[in-house]
Design a protein around this ligand. Sequence first.
Ligand SMILES: Nc1ncnc2c1ncn2[C@@H]1O[C@H](COP(=O)(O)OP(=O)(O)O)[C@@H](O)[C@H]1O
Ligand SMILES: [Mg+2]
Length: 313
Amino acid sequence: MLKELKDKRVAVLAGGQSGEREVSFRSGQGVMEALQAAGIDAVMLDPEPDLAGQIARAGADVAFNALHGGAGENGTVQGVLEMAGIPYSGCGVLASALTMDKPLSLAVLTQSGFPVPEHVVVSARSSAADLEAGVARIGLPLVTKPACEGSSLGVEICHDEERALAAARELIHRYGRILVEEFIGGTEITVGVLGWHERTRALPVLEIVPHKEFYDYEAKYTRGATDLICPARISEQAAAEARRLALEAHLLTGCHGISRCDMHLDEQGQVWIHEINSMPGLTETSDVPHEAIADGMTYQDLALEILASAFHR
Ligand SMILES: Nc1ncnc2c1ncn2[C@@H]1O[C@H](COP(=O)(O)OP(=O)(O)O)[C@@H](O)[C@H]1O
Ligand SMILES: [Mg+2]
């Protein structure tokens, strides 16, 4: 695998204009160091409007996508690279666009019988009565979240109706379209999926134990703020189910190379999916690197395998 990558110059795409710009730089930095340590010629690029030209001017012949959120995760950057004929790592246009949109991906998952929390979609077009009915239907506590964000930005767990309505209104004002979702208690778990074609496989289950109420932005990116335990301290049966669901969700949504499925295992032993990520974090504190290392890989193996996915679409 390394041999086919060695004569390549890699553009590591990092930064971007989304709310996850800083996280992306951290993912990109980790990837840069791993590729360079493997003897691969790599340059980091913060995408400009003329991304294809920028990559050509850098003399790169393949892109490693380390962008999170926004254009880098929603299929836009993938479309530009497709048009320019530049091979790139990870998910393609459709899988990126679909999984970036939580309401749409939940609809697709529901349609195929996957267990997802009860939810309603509300937007600037919804009336006050619609919002109130939605909140009443979901019940308390509930989770409000933007339709198309990441890194827990804008996610809130609401314990009373007044706060739920206010949080939903604030989010609608900021993001336009949001989800009001049933709160699932129990154990938070996540499963990365790697590879392509027949080598597509689920990594071991990671258990997430934030020291605060939930896995918010600070809990995700502050060293020591969350315990990441892999393999998760759950039954073999639940772990097998979580890995099966993550792999099936990856395949259903057409993901390629890498994805990560965020889930909860409730007190009754039922696994619930709350989202699929097409561009999971690759910082040193991120979930997928943790799982890969628990599976016997190194961070460098992980970066090389994701990069190689560019040549096996
Ligand atoms: N339905 C839910 N029940 C309980 N906690 C949730 C639920 N949805 C989200 N969360 C919490 O919020 C975090 C972020 O939500 P998620 O849907 O994964 O969005 P993001 O794309 O921001 O990661 C999760 O990791 C979890 O801690
Ligand atoms: Mg998540």
